[in-house]
Design a protein around this ligand. Sequence first.
Ligand SMILES: Cc1ncc(COP(=O)(O)O)c(C=O)c1O
Length: 409
Amino acid sequence: MTINATVKEAGFQPASRISSIGVSEILKIGARAAAMKREGKPVIILGAGEPDFDTPEHVKQAASDAIHRGETKYTALDGTPELKKAIREKFQRENGLAYELDEITVATGAKQILFNAMMASLDPGDEVIIPTPYWTSYSDIVHICEGKPVLIACDASSGFRLTAEKLEAAITPRTRWVLLNSPSNPSGAAYSAADYRPLLEVLLRHPHVWLLVDDMYEHIVYDGFRFVTPAQLEPGLKNRTLTVNGVSKAYAMTGWRIGYAGGPRELIKAMAVVQSQATSCPSSISQAASVAALNGPQDFLKERTESFQRRRDLVVNGLNAIDGLDCRVPEGAFYTFSGCAGVLGKVTPSGKRIKTDTDFCAYLLEDAHVAVVPGSAFGLSPFFRISYATSEADEGRSFPFKTSAAYRH
Ligand SMILES: Cc1ncc(COP(=O)(O)O)c(C=O)c1O
């Protein structure tokens, strides 16, 4: 008998570090909605987290110019000097934050920034505090990096914000990070200076805990809300804060894949080690485009935000006019996170009882042809998220809520 004959072919076994992570609910819903569209059903997708606007012309032009100048090779590992300088200016101009170039890192999207940071800092079992509802990637990234997400429910009564009491109670000697996101995906809730202050006081008392803030939706805030970021508010925390941002949402550049962060030099260096063996540098062309986005005119951001605000009002008013739904007015981002406790227990026209927010979203998709995402995907039920970064024409047509009487009691 040869040795080969004794070796049995084994099926694929996923590594334990990813075994608890399933395909995201958002992707599943997106796939189902796309399949329905292919069948000719007029599905409106309010699930995707990307602006319907196009990347600005001057940004596209900068990319084209970079290609024609021959900037098509590897760049410095974690960002070209030009882009790092543009980011340094941005932090200074918009956030009053002074970072040296070696305190700045650039990656293939803010998602990679988060991944690099967790990979570079977590040992197995290290705890990461994540308020819910949260952007699903936070806990999945922590899992992949063998850390332990510590989820803290922050419901509508606290404006979906973490409180100092809850934060204090969650900190243990194993806590490495707290992840905060303002304005938030999925709730749209944002932290004002007054909301942040008590949390920062708690962190000042726990010097072993680092703070990662995800400011991705910084520019999309409404009703004169004043955006602030913790390292600016509390310089005493700057040496253990990673301030994350990117061009995806503000400049409608989701496909260009550029995210960046400012933080303590030693952390930034360790993140570059991770990146060096994952993706090397981000795309040279996208980096040139991002320089143009950050250094170029910013006035269109205001116009786009005004457009988002009109859509927010349309959606929030529509939702709150419906029996059984309850939507808090978000301060920013382009999401509503509406409560749907009042529809649980009801029966759809096709005879299905709605027991959970997932059932409710399935009903909206199958019967009303509207794709939205259940709160369970973001760690808080019973809620559902609408992304209103889609065109007003689509939203107007899609309002299944006008026919809310369609489900029976
Ligand atoms: C809160 C938040 N942070 C980060 C990202 C990732 O952005 P990027 O496209 O830069 O990876 C997203 C994308 O949906 C997000 O919602």
